[in-house]
Design a protein around this ligand. Structure first.
Ligand code: MCN
Ligand code: FES
Ligand code: FES
Length: 905
């Protein structure tokens, strides 16, 4: 033990702690300064940044024995407070720098430290600083953060006022389309918003801390689990195994496709008979402290008989591969696509045909915040589970039978989430904390390390694709043939739906009358497949967008003009045979054309024999909604203080559910001129909110937005008097008029049939991505110099949210194109190892242009946006590499050695 006097945020604070405790933990746990976040815990993300004696430090790797007496420390709490924001914090709000906000305090402190040293940094200085200090952000694409630092510096130099910083924030009138900041912004920039791990520290003293016993092999039979030694370890209350679970001990995938050969009951809560993948949970140790729980977890003895592990779809599809789930074939679902006429004669007679094999891999989500959650019984005896879930009602139904708890007896709450990017469309630790709470009858808390986050949550499912296209000599597409295999890992949940995406999105954006194809879902022993932003479109469209480039070359046409010739126009239908709801692609391409010509000119001018420049484009399309009659409910209630509250489950990954709900309600209530400051949002607690549905498929703005609009319109109608004025709350009460309005909306859509045909989505998002790249010939290293995106997401509801979605998604697409992977479980288990893009890997030059076609079904004309920027920009980068140096990458990521191998061929 040691005692230290530290000078923290201007005052002396005494701490007494273990020698080997980290400074991050001491600041968080001993001093309650939870702005210091623990993301990677390994010095790779900067979320634990503080200023130590005037220098920026990552505190997760500093042991207390190395911290001297009277060390001066500044945390985000000391940079500024909600009442007295520092210019850096204000600028962060003005530029939408805090999306999920988990990285934000670390960036605020980092920027503050930079500005202590240099009040006149260039943009490049700021980027260098973030790179050098490993400040990682997964949401924003960094550009808005650099904008914020530049503005803050201008305020500090006295060249700009604080008011000028906030000049784009409306103080009255409509807020649609403006830079009105999200309600959680102030808490995020001051580090005062409590995420799961922060709430965990503040739980009652009798809370048990959990540690998992996990598999270290990918496929095995369990012979025995011996917990006896662990049970005797210091502080241990109980070691929970499958034997303690009251229900079916399975998470159900809620399979809806009748042709699925599995039954959806394949994922154990705690493994009983078999291990299906690396990291599978075998037992949960519940103890008084996390350290005790982890020490005891080491002592649980698991005897296994290892089985052959099938780590990819082709391996699991071999004739002699054993069934991973005995009784269910490894290929458990097949989805066909059949549109128009048989393609065989078309391919025979076409002027030009082309074919390619493509692979998009196991992209890891890499939120900075690792998975975390807790469970307790409330005073009504209900099991309350808090997590990062982005599908609270859905997840309750998926875990209730496995736990053996009545669905009505489960309350699910979403904690502020530090990014999910879709991995939380699947339950992760919800059933684990539920089981531990039920087995111990105590509150329980479980916090994954970043290693656990990476190795034991779902990943993007790799697609192995073969696509063929037939065209006439003028470039008109005549037919397409497709074949795709989806490696969905061992658990089937939503695997059939994902496979359907191949039918819906290979070739999306183009008028192709005749399509034939087949896709299949394959069970493997690699990481289970979960939703990931774009959900099937980054795989599907990569194949068709790279093939379109190859076709253009074969035809001797410009890739943009080939696309222009074939994009949806009136009379065209999507690959599922649906009429697009708007026809904005020609306008999008017309808008991009001059930019494209400029980019090509720039590439020609800047190319050198050592560093070749190139330009690539790709088209992106994705649906906003879950397939078919997707629906949502939302309530709006007027209260005695004259405020209204919006109630729904618009789950927040970090994208801005709060600002989305607020803006939509404000617009719906506009006939009353209701001020935005008087609208509150109460989101994501199943005991309080009607079911808005999960935040997947970029559906919330459209589907929940329509429900909010309906509730708002109902409230306006209820409050309207005959003379056109509006009742007050008291008058409503006196006249027995309900003060809570209920809104519901169901998309007028149909599910796709066995041939992949139907009208699955009411609204789509459309975009064209233009990448300018350079390739270093000696090393094969690719740099994206500029990204331009022309997007149609309908009416832009909030400019900061939409720009933020676009920048952040583009950054993830660059990562997908060039570096990110989770194939090698060991190598890819850290942020650096998995190719996380830091500031300098993302271009500062990103240009966004919107074509706002009002959507007939969208609320106030809005479509979604969240996934559009990760549909296909990676194909633009890959097409740019080809344009630069003639190397065609067909399997991602385009690592330097792959490009170099191509150059050497
Ligand atoms: N929006 C808007 N105008 C539009 C469309 C949307 O202002 N025309 C705003 C919305 O109000 C919302 C945001 O943009 O704040 C995204 O809206 P939408 O496209 O409807 O998507 P959802 O709210 O359903 O969010 C989910 C979507 C998905 S599926 C993933 S995955 C995802 C994403 O959004 N994960 C994210 N964006 C993310 N952003 C961050 N920072 N972190 C994640 O984990
Ligand atoms: Fe400390 Fe990531 S650098 S938590
Ligand atoms: Fe940076 Fe989410 S805002 S990680």
């Amino acid at each position: 033990m040691l005692k230290r006097m530290l000078h923290v945020n201007g005052v002396d604070r005494m701490v007494i702690c273990e020698q080997d405790e980290t400074l991050a933990n001491v600041l968080r746990e001993n001093l309650g300064l939870t702005s210091v976040k623990i993301g990677c815990g390994q010095g790779q993300c900067g979320s634990c940044n503080v200023v130590v004696d005037g220098k920026l430090k990552r505190t997760c790797t500093i042991k207390m024995k190395r911290v001297a007496e009277n060390t001066q420390i500044v945390t985000a709490e000391g940079v500024g407070t909600p009442e007295h924001l520092h210019p850096v914090q204000l600028a962060w709000i003005a530029h939408g720098g805090a999306q999920c906000g988990f990285c934000t305090p670390g960036f605020i402190v980092s920027s503050y430290a930079l500005l202590l040293e240099n009040q006149s940094p260039t943009r490049e200085d700021v980027r260098e600083w973030f790179q050098k200090h490993r400040n990682a952000c997964r949401c924003t694409g960094y550009k808005p953060l650099v904008d914020a630092v530049m503005d803050a510096a201008a305020v500090l130099r006295g060249e700009k006022t604080r008011d000028e910083l906030m000049k784009d924030v409306p103080t009255e009138g409509r807020i649609v389309g403006t830079k009105y900041p999200r309600p959680t912004a102030v808490a995020k920039v001051t580090g005062t918003l409590d995420y799961g791990a922060d709430l965990g520290l503040k739980l009652p003293a009798n809370t048990l801390r959990c540690a998992l016993v996990q598999a270290e092999v990918s496929h095995a039979k369990i012979i025995s689990i011996d917990t006896s030694e662990a049970e005797k370890m210091e502080g241990v209350e109980k070691v929970v195994t499958y034997k303690d679970i009251k229900g079916k001990n399975r998470i159900t995938g809620l399979i809806t496709f009748p042709t699925n050969k599995g039954d959806g009951w394949d994922r154990p809560i705690l493994c009983d008979e078999k291990i299906f993948q690396y990291g599978d949970a075998i037992a949960i140790v519940c103890a008084d402290t996390e350290k005790h729980a982890k020490a005891a977890a080491e002592k649980v003895k698991v005897e296994l008989e290892e089985l052959p592990a099938y780590m990819s779809a082709p391996e699991a599809m071999q004739d002699d591969a054993m069934e991973i789930h005995p009784g269910t074939p490894n290929i458990y679902f097949v989805q066909k696509v059949a549109k128009g006429n048989d393609t065989a004669p078309i391919f025979k007679e076409a002027d030009v045909t082309i074919e390619g094999d493509y692979y998009v891999g196991r992209q890891p989500h890499m939120p900075i915040e690792p998975d975390v959650g807790f469970a307790y019984r409330n005073d009504e005896g209900k099991l309350v589970i808090h997590s990062k879930s982005i599908g609270l009602h859905l997840h309750a139904a998926m875990i209730a039978p496995g736990l053996g708890e009545e669905l009505e007896n489960i309350v699910m709450v979403q904690n502020p989430a530090g990014g999910t990017f879709g991995y939380k469309f699947s339950p992760t630790m919800e059933a684990l904390v539920g089981a531990a709470c039920m087995a111990t009858d105590r509150p329980v808390f479980l916090n994954y390390t970043w290693y656990q986050q990476q190795t034991y949550t779902g990943k993007r499912s790799p697609f192995f694709m073969n696509v063929r296209m037939a065209a006439d000599n003028e470039g008109k597409l005549l037919g397409m043939e497709t074949d795709w295999s989806v490696d969905h890992g061992p658990y089937s949940e939503f695997g059939d739906l994902l496979t359907l995406r191949g039918a819906q999105f290979i070739g999306a954006g183009y008028d192709i009358d005749n399509i034939r194809g087949e896709g299949r879902t394959v069970c493997t022993n690699h990481a289970w497949g979960s939703a990931f932003r774009g959900y099937g479109s980054p795989q599907s469209e990569f194949a068709s967008e790279v093939l379109m480039d190859e076709l253009a070359e074969k035809l001797g046409m410009d890739p943009l003009e080939l696309r222009y010739k074939n994009v949806y126009r009136k009379g065209s239908t999507t690959p599922t045979g649906q009429d697009p709801e708007v026809y904005s692609l020609p306008e999008i391409l017309d808008t991009v054309r001059p930019k494209y010509e400029e980019a090509k000119k720039r590439a020609a001018e800047l190319s050198t024999p050592e560093v070749k420049r190139g330009v690539g484009i790709a088209l992106g399309v994705y649906g906003s909604g879950l397939d078919g009659p997707d629906s949502a409910e939302a309530d709006i209630e007027l209260d005695a203080e004259g405020f209204v509250t919006v109630y729904t489950t618009w789950h927040d990954h970090g994208q801005g559910a709060d600002i989305g709900a607020l803006t939509t309600a404000h617009e719906a209530l506009s006939p009353m001129g209701f001020p935005a400051e008087k609208i509150k949002v109460c989101l994501n607690d199943t005991s309080k909110c009607p079911n808005g549905g999960p935040a997947g498929g970029s559906r919330s703005q459209v589907v929940i937005g329509r429900a909010i609009k309906a509730a708002g319109e109902e409230l306006v109608a209820a409050m309207k008097k005959a003379d056109g004025s509006f009742y007050t709350y008291e008058e409503m009460e006196a006249n027995n008029i309900p003060t809570r309005a209920k809104g519901k909306w169901t998309a007028p859509c149909t599910d796709c049939d066995e041939n992949g045909q139907g009208n699955p989505f009411a609204c789509y998002m459309y975009g064209l991505f233009l990448a300018e790249v350079s390739v270093e010939i000696a090393t094969g290293k690719t740099t994206v110099e500029k990204m331009t995106a022309v997007a149609d997401v309908g009416t832009v509801m909030n400019k900061l949210a939409v720009d933020g979605q676009m920048y952040g998604g583009l950054a993830q697409a660059i990562g997908l194109a060039l570096t990110e992977d989770f194939e090698d479980i060991k190598k890819h288990s850290t942020m650096v190892g998995a190719g996380f893009p830091y500031a300098k890997q993302i271009p500062d030059d990103m240009e966004l242009i919107y074509v706002e076609s009002e959507r007939p079904e969208g609320p106030f004309g809005a479509s979604g946006v969240g996934e559009l920027p990760l549909t296909c920009p990676h194909a633009a980068v890959i097409n740019g590499i080809y344009n630069a140096c003639g190397v065609r990458i067909r399997a991602l990521p385009a690592l330097p050695e792959k490009v170099l191998a191509g150059l050497n061929k």
